[in-house]
Design a binder for this molecule. Structure first.
Ligand SMILES: [Zn+2]
Ligand SMILES: [Zn+2]
Length: 264
């Protein structure tokens, strides 16, 4: 038995949910003012939602409908060295298990930061694979499990050409996944894909509009500088920069720092 926080989609194990959701109590998320903290039993949620699996700019996206929590989708990174699920959703059913199994299963799950941890342990158990998150985010794991492997340092190679990059910023251990073969960077919202695809955004909190200091935005850009990429895959359906990604990050960091310094 487990419960999901309705606002953020984080899964908590146990017969009864906790009093509060620490993810939502944190200034980077929020408890909705109109409902307060709401818990949804896992089974009831599964019964009222269905899988949504389709291509998103060349990568298989996996989500659920109707929208729940923060409404993200995961991505299936298909690699000869084994598939990696990038980011996660608060949903898993037979349709998804069968489809992912048909694509070769999962060698690993890697999740950008705590807002996307959701039901990652449920997925790890279903596919018998480890979950890779950065050591800095250990306090934000709400469902501890032996499948979760914490890595330390600035980069971590998952397989040839698949590299986790610690960017920090939004969360200290916010990570991106560089997929060399595709020249793609998968980011969650550590780097935020915005309506103008020639730029991206950076924030400590998106819903609460809390900015990051210049040094942390520069550190994100510096962490990504060694990696060449064209596409940037954000955490939601269709949030994709299709080209010129390395330059987009570089010029966006410059624009951000200039705006903080001069207001323009
Ligand atoms: Zn929550
Ligand atoms: Zn986030």
């Amino acid at each position: 038995m487990s419960h999901l926080c309705r606002a953020c989609g984080t899964q908590y194990a146990g017969d009864a949910p906790p009093d509060r959701c620490p993810i939502c109590d944190d200034p980077r998320q929020y408890v909705p003012h109109d409902t307060g903290q709401v818990w949804v039993p896992w089974d009831a949620y599964l019964d009222s939602h269905e899988a949504d699996i389709h291509d998103d700019h060349g990568i298989l996206g996996i989500g659920a409908t109707p929208e729940f929590g923060i409404g993200q989708r995961a991505l299936l990174v298909e690699s000869a060295a084994g598939n990696v699920l990038w980011d996660c959703i608060p949903y898993l059913d037979d349709t998804i298990v069968e489809r992912v199994t048909a694509e070769g299963g999962l060698a690993a799950i890697a999740v950008s930061h705590p807002h996307f941890y959701t039901a990652m342990v449920e997925w790890a158990h279903a596919f018998g694979c480890p979950i890779l998150v950065h050591e800095s985010e250990r306090p934000w794991v709400m469902r501890p499990d032996p499948s979760i492997r914490f890595w330390e340092g600035e980069t971590h190679s998952l397989a040839s050409g698949l590299t986790l990059v610690r960017c920090g910023g939004h969360f200290e251990g916010s990570q991106a996944l560089h997929w060399a073969e595709r020249r793609a960077l998968l980011v969650g919202d550590t780097v935020q894909v915005i309506p103008d695809r020639s730029f991206v955004g950076f924030m400590r909190s998106y819903p609460n509009l809390i900015p990051l200091p210049a040094a942390k935005v520069q550190a994100i850009a510096a962490a990504l500088e060694p990696f060449a990429f064209d596409a940037i895959y954000g955490g939601w359906w269709g949030r994709v920069v299709d080209g010129d990604g390395s330059a987009v990050v570089r010029r966006s960091a410059e624009r951000y720092v200039l705006a903080l310094e001069s207001g323009v």
